[in-house]
Ligand binder design. Structure first.
Ligand code: TPP
Length: 820
């Protein structure tokens, strides 16, 4: 009974004309003539449209080329007018060819696919409606109060389901080693897209359960967003554009695998203003990665109208700035959406890089359940039909009126009836089935248990016991923990490896041992080998695995997150750790939280060239480690010797969690710390184990990084006066070797914490709090902390010298402490 919905020739011609007017208006009349000349009016089905493509391209080129306005000069330096004109012709022809390819794909949509889309849209709305009911009905109670759930609905945007129809999805891509299909990154209004990846009752239950904070995978009450990586849906995060960079990393990993997999990003028009989105699309475009970027322009971002968001005519115009194709389509037309995504998938799988698809539609409900009242002017229960407006709502009434007549569910059902794909009246039965399915899952969620409270402390890092609050004044207070053995490492050797060489060897060990390892950062690849030339010795052997990123720290970090999730082992690099500030979100809100939120593993290493002492000023000298010290989910290592630098790189690479690897720039070429290193790769040092660099019992000096060496020099001078100071090199800040810190504090009874970082809010103050709480009874003096002044790092040598803690100041503090 199916009659394929093919644009009959005349319709195809009209649609082509509209498309050309939208994208390349000055080519419109040439395209129209070319369409007639190539026999476009006879093209009625997929095969005919396919064979039209080459002829149409020829005819169009023949009509455009003579339009060249004779001009011998350059349009821009090194680009002749003819070259520019010919690029413009290629772009116009390519865009038209894309249109015809999409027309052919649209004609190929099968009745099964189209029925699935209708059912999927209905299931989406039924699930959304149930979420609203949860919000208002108070069926889920925690203690005496109703737990309402957050609730973001997609009323009016259910056609997004169609985006998934030709993705690699479903059970055939599940494997014991993880998901092998395409991956999508939905945001809050993409329930439909998520359901399309696995349209089952279980997916519905997971969506309801996550929102209602009940126990169970994947969120286990720790986050509320939809998703399941095991079936190709990257769970959404609240910071809106975070996932677009994860998608870029997945796309990079898929390109490296050569697996033909594609990563798909969704974002609202509001979220598309975020820098991370630009970084993602830009880097994917530059490397022609298999990604798709979809902007859902639903007219309002929370309450902000499009005109306050962007000056673009259509959001697809942004594609031009990235050198990729962009199209704007009706976001309530499922056939158009399925077609556009299938086309973009083909391009991406074929190595042609990303495309930008803008869906124009309208949010027909409030931003979230509570906002219906403000948006529409009165609360609206979940229903199959759009709610009526009341006077006071902030919604744009004119737009609401226009989009009210374009509800994708009844409109698509009517079209499928017209095309003999759906029995007349069958929509009602589909709705009832969806409601029944959703209701059954809702009841299961109501009766499901809450997560165990102890779970709150669990799952921050792969190998860590659950975090608990212990009272140090309770229980055994007199225990003396064992001191770690002195560990000086290989002796100084003036012909040995520098710290810089040791870091390079650590990276080389990793690249040699594991093909999944690659390096990604600014200026790391090509002929250069990083700003310090640290990687240069590796370029010949591993040039294809040391990849330049665009100049965008968020991109470096986000790509590492995505690639790590895809099973690779990225080593990202911040050119200087100071610039991590522009990628902060990716570390603290993305990499750090994924395991806790939904159990994903992010085994990435970020190299952080760091520190002052070199008169490099406020932006090439900072100590950013305390920014991350207090972020659960990140590990931080701070080697102070070449041997540790190499071994801790092995540890960082082997670790299943994100590790920030701080390498002090002042140590890079310091001739005083050279050590002879073995030819073979060293064994990893367990992360979280400090090294006692010097034994002593009168004073414990605790430090890390470059100041370990300062502390050792001070200890030498004290020893000349028979004051034996122990020096503990923390070596890793997160996790911290608390046991060694406490043991040494108890052993020496006097503690001096020395670091290069500014004093306030630094690691030292945190350590001092730990020591006084857990070793108070052993202390004979206040715990002292010496750090830099609380100012930005000044540039001029005398200023930096005053800013940093000097050796003589540290020595004086040590002597005062011993004399206390
Ligand atoms: C980085 C970030 N800033 C602010 C917010 C708060 N917020 C949540 S949704 C939203 C509006 C999003 O608009 P848009 O991206 O257009 O998507 P829509 O809600 O319209 O689907 C805002 C401001 C957020 N989640 N993330």
């Amino acid at each position: 009974m199916h009659r394929p919905r093919t644009a009959a020739g005349a319709t195809l011609g009209r649609e082509l004309a509209a498309f050309v007017l939208e994208r390349h208006p000055f080519v419109a009349s040439a395209a129209s003539v070319a369409f007639d000349a190539s026999g476009g009016h006879a093209a009625r089905d997929e095969t005919a449209i396919e064979s039209l493509r080459a002829a149409f391209a020829r005819e169009l080129r023949a009509r455009l080329q003579p339009m060249f306005p004779d001009h011998a000069g350059e349009t821009t330096p090194r680009v002749t007018a003819r070259e520019r004109f010919s690029t413009a012709i290629d772009e116009a022809i390519d865009a038209c060819d894309g249109f015809l390819r999409r027309a052919a794909i649209r004609a190929s949509l099968t009745p099964t696919e189209r029925l699935e889309i209708l059912r999927g849209m209905v299931l989406t709305r039924a699930t959304d409606n149930r979420l609203k009911a949860f919000f208002t009905n108070g069926e889920v109670r925690y203690g005496d109060a109703a737990f309402q759930g957050k609730g973001f609905r997609s009323l009016g945007q259910e056609a997004i389901y169609a985006a998934g129809i030709r993705l690699r999805r479903g059970a055939e891509y599940e494997s014991p080693d993880g998901w092998r299909g395409d991956v999508i990154a939905p945001v809050i209004r993409d329930l439909g897209a998520a359901l399309a990846m696995r349209p089952t009752a279980e997916t519905v239950r997971m969506a309801l359960s996550a929102q209602m904070a009940k126990a169970g995978p994947p969120m286990n009450g720790k986050d509320l967003h939809i998703g399941g990586f095991a079936y190709g849906v990257l769970p959404a995060s609240a910071p809106l554009a975070i996932g677009t960079l994860t998608i870029a990393g997945l796309a990079l990993a898929f390109a490296r695998e050569g697996s033909g997999r594609v990563a798909v990003s969704f974002i609202g028009e509001g979220g598309s203003s975020l820098g991370e989105w630009h970084e993602a699309i830009n880097l994917c475009a530059a490397r022609k990665l298999p990604a798709i970027f979809c902007v859902e322009n639903n007219q309002t971002a929370l309450s902000t109208p499009v005109r306050d968001q962007s000056a673009v005519r259509v959001f697809a115009d942004k594609a031009v700035g990235y050198g990729i194709p962009g199209i704007t389509i009706d976001g309530t037309d499922p056939d158009e959406i399925a077609t556009a995504f299938a086309w973009a998938l083909e391009r991406a799988r074929g190595g042609k890089g990303p495309a930008l698809i803008e869906l124009v539609c309208m949010r027909m409900c409030g931003h979230a359940h509570h906002d219906d009242m403000l948006y529409l002017g009165k609360d609206a229960p979940g229903a199959w039909d759009y709610p009526p407006l009341a006077e006071q709502g902030y919604v744009n009434r004119e737009l609401y009126g226009y989009w009210s007549s374009r509800d994708p569910i009844p409109a698509y059902a009517s079209r499928l009836e017209r095309d003999n794909v759906l029995e007349p009246g069958a929509l009602e039965g589909i709705k009832r089935d969806a409601e029944a399915l959703v209701e059954e899952q809702a009841q299961r969620v109501i009766s499901a248990p809450w997560p165990q409270a102890d779970e709150a402390g669990a799952g921050v890092c792969a190998d860590a016991p659950p975090r608990v609050r212990l009272d140090p004044l309770e229980g055994e207070r007199n225990g003396v923990a064992e001191l770690p053995a002195v560990e000086t490492g290989p002796a100084f050797d003036r012909k040995g490896a520098t710290f810089l060489e040791a870091v390079m060897l650590g990276v080389r060990d990793a690249l040699r041992a594991d093909p999944r390892v690659f390096v990604y950062g600014e200026d790391v690849g090509g002929p250069y080998g990083n700003a310090f030339l640290l990687l240069r010795p590796l370029l010949q052997e591993f040039g294809d695995r040391i990849l330049n990123s665009p100049l965008a720290e968020g991109a470096v970090l986000g790509v590492c997150v995505g690639a790590a999730l895809a099973g690779q082992r990225p080593i990202g690099e911040m050119q200087f750790n100071d610039f991590v500030a522009t990628g902060f979100n990716q570390l603290v809100n993305n990499a750090a939280k994924i395991r806790y939120r939904w159990g994903g593993s992010v085994p990435m290493v970020v190299r952080m060239p760091w520190g002052g002492l070199r008169h490099a000023g406020p932006y090439h000298s900072q100590n950013t480690e305390p920014w991350f010290y207090r972020t659960p989910g990140l590990k931080i290592v701070v080697p102070s010797t070449p041997a540790d630098a190499r071994a801790l790189m092995a540890s960082a690479i082997a670790d299943p969690d994100p590790v920030l690897y701080y390498e002090h720039i002042a140590l890079y070429r310091d001739p005083r710390i050279r050590q002879r290193l073995d030819d073979s790769a060293p064994a990893p040092i367990p992360i979280g184990r400090a090294a006692l660099r010097r034994a002593g019992d009168r004073l414990a000096i605790i430090s890390y990084g470059a100041y370990v060496h300062t502390a050792l020099r001070v200890a030498e001078r004290l020893a000349a006066d028979r004051i034996e100071a122990a020096v503990l090199d923390l070596r890793s800040l997160a996790p911290l070797d608390r046991a060694s810190v406490i043991a040494l504090a108890k052993h020496c009874s006097r503690v001096l914490i020395v670091h290069e970082d500014s004093r306030t809010g630094g690691i030292g103050e945190s350590l001092a709090a730990i020591v006084q709480e857990e070793a108070f009874a052993w202390l004979d003096a206040p715990v002292r902390v010496i750090g830099a002044l609380d100012t930005p790092v000044p540039y001029s040598p005398p200023l930096e010298e005053r800013f940093l803690p000097r050796e003589d100041e540290i020595e004086r503090a040590a002597r005062l402490l011993v004399a206390y």
